[in-house]
Design a binder for this molecule. Structure first.
Ligand SMILES: [Zn+2]
Length: 118
């Protein structure tokens, strides 16, 4: 296995950047970016071993979307079992009082906490 990949962005070689210019004299080209394997130590499952940047990644997804979806189609919703806990806590809000002053008024608020049931 080689220690680099070519960027899989379908339009990578059309971006006009100096880092893509190769060749000499009148035979210059814009070339796909060469990516060193493991350049970000497997960050995000190594996706950046195959794409030089987010633009190339999105171009790839747009061009191959139907193929990508066909690999793992989602035909029904997934569900995660949870426990919902309501918790009361002291909070405050501001109201105008009869003297036309902004007044801090305490009240009991409720927050919903979602907990994984597993
Ligand atoms: Zn690229």
């Amino acid at each position: 296995m080689s220690d680099y990949n070519w960027c899989h962005g379908p339009h990578c070689h059309t971006n006009q950047t100096q880092s893509r210019v190769r060749g000499s004299g009148d035979n210059k080209v814009l070339r796909t970016i060469k990516i060193k394997h493991g350049r970000y130590n497997g960050y995000q499952n190594g996706i950046w071993d195959y794409f030089c940047n987010q633009s190339c990644l999105m171009d790839f997804i747009r061009e191959h979307l139907s193929s990508l979806i066909a690999i793992a189609p989602r035909r029904e919703a997934l569900e995660t079992p949870i426990k919902v806990v309501k918790e009361k806590y002291e909070s405050y809000r501001y109201e105008w009082n009869s003297n036309n002053e902004h007044e801090r008024v305490p009240y009991t608020a409720t927050k919903t906490i979602i907990k994984n049931s597993s």
